[in-house]
Design a protein around this ligand. Structure first.
Ligand SMILES: Nc1ncnc2c1ncn2[C@@H]1O[C@H](COP(=O)(O)OP(=O)(O)OP(=O)(O)O)[C@@H](O)[C@H]1O
Length: 239
């Protein structure tokens, strides 16, 4: 039994299905990246796992227990970092972290200390409003907020969006470290080659369907995947 098990997921926003029957299994410590063209349904798929978009067919189980829409998923063990609106800009960094732990307020202080140890750059900025953070700092805060409830599965929607290549690589390295601590990560990335370089698994979603689910290194080497989804560059030849 996998930690997160998804079977035959179909649904969307009321019209034609956006996600058209996706299966996926994720185990503790897995690091999987979802790539695919714009409009393929990647964000919708993550939002379905979180209960933010309904599915009419299929099943999502966390540790063998079915997830139902409307459930407090952070309490169930799923963390989600959306691409936008992932911090409260007018609240301080500390208040943002506290909100991440609103279901367990008595744990907040200790968990904030844990996040500050992990992300020292936030320690200097605890009292400033989140809107005054740089893009990279803001994404780090969003990630820290999602960790406040100690998720077992982390869903990340383009955590490198708007970041410099250096900041993006740092973000991917941080996410990789989280997987080594046992968190299962499912991450959407436009910055596909950089993400596949750190992830162990790549999933290609096209028109709401999973068309590839393979080792990241195999996807990067596959000429068709490179041509269609990785910017068309052939793989650099080995010296
Ligand atoms: N709130 C919404 N209501 C109705 N349709 C939506 C909504 N959000 C997204 N869609 C539609 O669902 C389809 C898939 O969008 P989604 O954002 O899931 O794709 P994506 O693969 O994440 O794309 P991108 O890489 O551009 O972010 C698109 O046709 C989009 O217009």
């Amino acid at each position: 039994m996998s930690l997160l098990q998804i079977q035959g997921l179909k649904g969307g926003y009321g019209g034609e299905d956006i996600v058209k029957g996706v299966d996926l299994a994720l185990d503790a410590g897995d690091f999987a990246v979802i790539i695919g063209p714009n409009g393929a349904g990647k964000s919708t798929f993550l939002k379905m796992i979180c209960g933010l978009v309904d599915f009419h067919t299929g099943r999502i189980e966390l540790n063998g227990q079915p997830l139902k829409g409307g459930q407090a998923l952070s309490a169930a063990g799923i963390g989600f970092v959306p691409q936008e609106f992932n911090v409260f800009p007018s609240m301080t960094v500390r208040e943002n972290l506290e909100i991440g732990c609103y279901l367990q307020p008595r744990q907040a202080s200790r968990r904030i200390d844990e996040q500050l140890a992990r992300f020292p750059l936030l320690a200097d900025r605890l009292r400033v409003p989140a809107r005054s953070l740089s893009g990279g700092q803001r994404q780090t805060l969003a990630l820290a907020i999602s960790l406040m409830m100690q998720p077992r599965v982390l869903l990340l929607d383009e955590p490198s969006a708007g970041l410099s290549p250096v900041a993006a690589d740092a973000m991917f390295a941080t996410v990789g470290q989280l997987t080594r601590e046992g968190i299962a990560v499912l991450m959407i990335e436009q910055n596909a080659l950089a993400a596949l370089a750190v992830a162990e698994r790549g999933i290609v979603l096209v028109m709401g369907q999973k068309v590839r689910d393979a080792a990241a290194a195999d996807l990067v080497r596959d000429p068709e995947t490179r041509r269609l989804f990785l910017g068309g560059q052939p793989e650099p030849s080995q010296p």
